[in-house]
Design a protein around this ligand. Structure first.
Ligand code: AMP
Ligand code: TRP
Length: 327
């Protein structure tokens, strides 16, 4: 039996190379090894206000990008979270076994709510319980995510274990898979900040659909430092970030990359890096154009995939309801 993998991504903002290297690339690479379920988490997106038309367009765009990146429905499911009602139903149940104190410790909530916690939605606070429901609903063993989701995965494990203790063995307790390289891609304009969809800076992130000229411009503007030699040194976050992106795209070793750039300058590194990103994204961009040309086909693929896995979710939900004495 193959191990079950589940992961999710929000259909908001522009998908960037941090999402690609931290998550999507691993999903695609290990598709044959596991039994995979990938989810476009639109219910997570509405924890902050969304424009309905933009949300709908964002779902299709993300689906197109994921298929273009290589998600294959013969090996994986790819569906929209709100199409399977069991996610919301299990989230409610998990709300009732999750202590507020656990959610209060979540750093993502603190960052997103900012100073004005009173105005943040209850949904934003409760976001990790819905994420736990996503994962636990499919008896998931492994969850491939970027480094920023580690804390949410810990919470998921804690909630599963607490439920199992209180009501008897019910949930599989999942483990995260975090990539060794590029688990946390930093902003090109500011390597102290994680590359993020919501950052507005023009030179902050490379998006998956950026044209070659734009990619070159962004990489050329990337922050470095006043030193010269090109080495993987975490105390020099700008150069380390560029080298890590290079490594993640090429799969070359750190030693080989350092040897390649020995005696060269930042200008050379940036030119080569831009080239590697452009070539890495080119096939995705070409395939994306085909998917984007036929939105009805995209919708149909998502619907078929949801239909296929809906019974799995129903089974687990039924198991949970029975444990609780519901219905
Ligand atoms: P999100 O954009 O929050 O829906 O994230 C989708 C996936 O991309 C999650 O697995 C994140 O951990 C991952 N991710 C987001 N930003 C980065 C980043 N800067 N570096 C690496 N992985 C990331
Ligand atoms: N919270 C994740 C993010 O922002 C997205 C997500 C929702 C997810 N449900 C999930 C990731 C389940 C992994 C498993 O990146």
């Amino acid at each position: 039996m193959k191990k079950r993998v589940f992961s999710g991504i929000q259909p908001t903002g522009n998908i960037h190379i941090g999402n690609y290297l931290g998550a999507i690339k691993q999903w695609v690479a290990s598709q044959t090894e596991y039994d995979n379920i990938f989810c476009i988490v639109d219910l997570h997106a509405i924890t902050v206000a969304q424009d309905p038309q933009q949300l709908r367009a964002g779902i299709r765009k993300l689906a197109g990008l994921l298929f273009a990146a290589g998600i294959n429905l013969n090996q994986s499911a790819l569906f929209v979270q709100s199409h399977i009602a069991a996610h919301s139903e299990l989230a409610w149940i998990l709300n009732c076994v999750t202590p507020m104190g656990w959610l209060e410790r979540m750093t993502q909530f603190k960052e997103k709510a900012g100073q004005d916690r009173e105005r943040a939605s209850v949904g934003l606070f409760d976001y990790p319980a819905l994420m736990a429901a996503d994962i636990l609903l499919y008896d998931t063993h492994l969850v491939p995510v970027g480094d920023d989701q580690k804390q949410h995965l810990e919470l998921t494990r804690d909630v599963a274990q607490r439920f199992n203790r209180q009501y008897g063995d019910t949930f599989v307790v999942p483990k995260p898979i975090i990539p060794k390289i590029a688990a946390r891609v930093m902003g090109l304009d500011d390597p102290a900040k994680k590359m993020s969809k919501s950052e507005a800076g023009k030179f902050h992130a490379v998006y998956l659909l950026d044209e070659p000229g734009v990619i070159l411009k962004k990489v050329k503007r990337a922050a470095t430092d006043s030193l010269r030699d090109i080495r993987f040194d975490e105390s020099r976050p700008g150069v380390f970030n560029l080298l890590s992106i290079y490594q993640a795209f090429t799969g070359e070793s750190q030693a080989a990359i350092e040897a390649k750039f020995a005696g060269k300058g930042y200008g050379d590194l940036k030119k080569e890096l831009a080239e590697v990103i452009i070539e890495g994204l080119r096939p995705i961009q070409e395939r994306y154009a085909q998917f984007a040309a036929d939105p009805a086909q995209l919708d149909a693929l998502l619907a078929q995939s949801a239909a296929k896995i809906r019974p799995l979710a129903a089974d687990v939900l039924q198991r949970v309801q029975t444990r609780l004495g519901l219905g």
